[in-house]
Ligand binder design. Structure first.
Ligand SMILES: C[S@@+](CC[C@H](N)C(=O)[O-])C[C@H]1O[C@@H](n2cnc3c(N)ncnc32)[C@H](O)[C@@H]1O
Length: 280
């Protein structure tokens, strides 16, 4: 039985079947952020720093697990490739990505439904493949990384991004006790692809070019703000009526905790890789 909700196929609809849920979760987290660069911009900088033939215009860029297309927009705008393809398993998020995409002169943009274990991309086609915050939804991320390597053109670059196993650990303490006695013992949502194992997995399929880490820090203004984030966190076993209901969860938190700012962190790992030697 799969107990990690990020890996359970039956829970993907709950997680990514609705763009509004993801947007409100991201918004609660982003409002809390006090340190850490904007991830899509770091991806752009890494691609610019490490790609071969940087004076030449990029051909195809793939944003794998693109979600609502936040990074796709930045990649299209700042890298100005000939083609940008966002790929995601969720039709709802792809629809949001299409409607949020702007017009990028000279760049053809498309969003395709697909599974990163079987990418809808020809062999050797991508000059840049980005997979941010999605590989931890795979029971076998190594297989997805092999797929990414297959899709890379000679000289192409992959940028894989993930979080640390213990990300947001301080939030567990808020929910622990009466709300979810096991809160601090659930498996990390990032168990299969995290900052500690991503490089080992990737080097089977590609040559590592660079690994960069940055701590992101967050300060939630109080229990109401924390509840906005926690209510959308599938990790906890909350009583019916609390999961997905920030108001009710906030009321429950107020019963057990003093209302004060809550700080937490997540270390982000960026891994840059290219196809095995001979294909650069
Ligand atoms: C946390 S979101 C990340 C979205 C985006 N990359 C970002 O950085 O904001 C994870 C995304 O991975 C997608 N996903 C999960 N499993 C997938 C799979 N097997 N193939 C393609 N996309 C998948 C989900 O639909 C979701 O959009």
């Amino acid at each position: 039985m799969i107990t990690n909700p990020f890996l359970d196929p039956d829970r993907q609809g709950e997680l990514y079947g609705n763009a509004t849920r993801l947007a409100s979760r991201s918004s609660a987290l982003m409002r809390a952020k006090t340190a850490g660069r904007f991830v899509p911009e770091v991806i752009v900088q890494l691609a610019q720093a490490h790609r071969a033939g940087a004076d030449r215009r990029l051909g195809l860029v793939a944003d794998i697990g693109c979600g609502r297309g936040t990074s796709s927009r930045v990649l299209a705008k700042q890298l100005k490739p000939q083609q940008l393809v966002g790929i995601d398993a969720s039709p709802a998020l792809l629809a949001a990505a299409r409607s949020r995409a702007g017009h990028y002169p000279g760049t053809q943009v498309a969003f395709l439904q697909g599974d990163f274990h079987q990418l809808p991309l020809p062999d050797d086609s991508c000059e840049l493949a980005v997979a941010a915050f999605c590989l931890y939804h795979s029971l076998d991320p190594g297989r997805a990384i092999v797929e990414i390597a297959r899709s890379l053109a000679p000289g192409g670059l992959a940028v894989l991004v993930t979080k640390a196993l213990d990300s947001y650990r301080e939030m567990d303490a808020l929910v622990a006790g009466p709300l979810d006695p096991r809160a601090e013992r659930h498996e990390s949502l990032y168990a299969t692809a995290h900052g500690g194992n991503l490089a080992d997995m990737a080097q089977w399929a590609m040559d590592l070019v660079a690994v960069e880490r940055e701590e992101h820090r967050f300060e939630f203004s109080g229990l109401d703000h924390a509840a906005e984030y926690l209510a959308t966190n599938p990790k906890y076993d909350l009583a019916p009526g609390l999961y997905g209901n920030p108001g009710a969860l906030a009321a429950a938190l107020h019963e057990w905790h003093p209302d004060k700012p809550i700080t937490t962190t997540s270390v982000i790992t960026y891994l840059v890789a290219r196809p095995h030697g001979g294909r650069t």
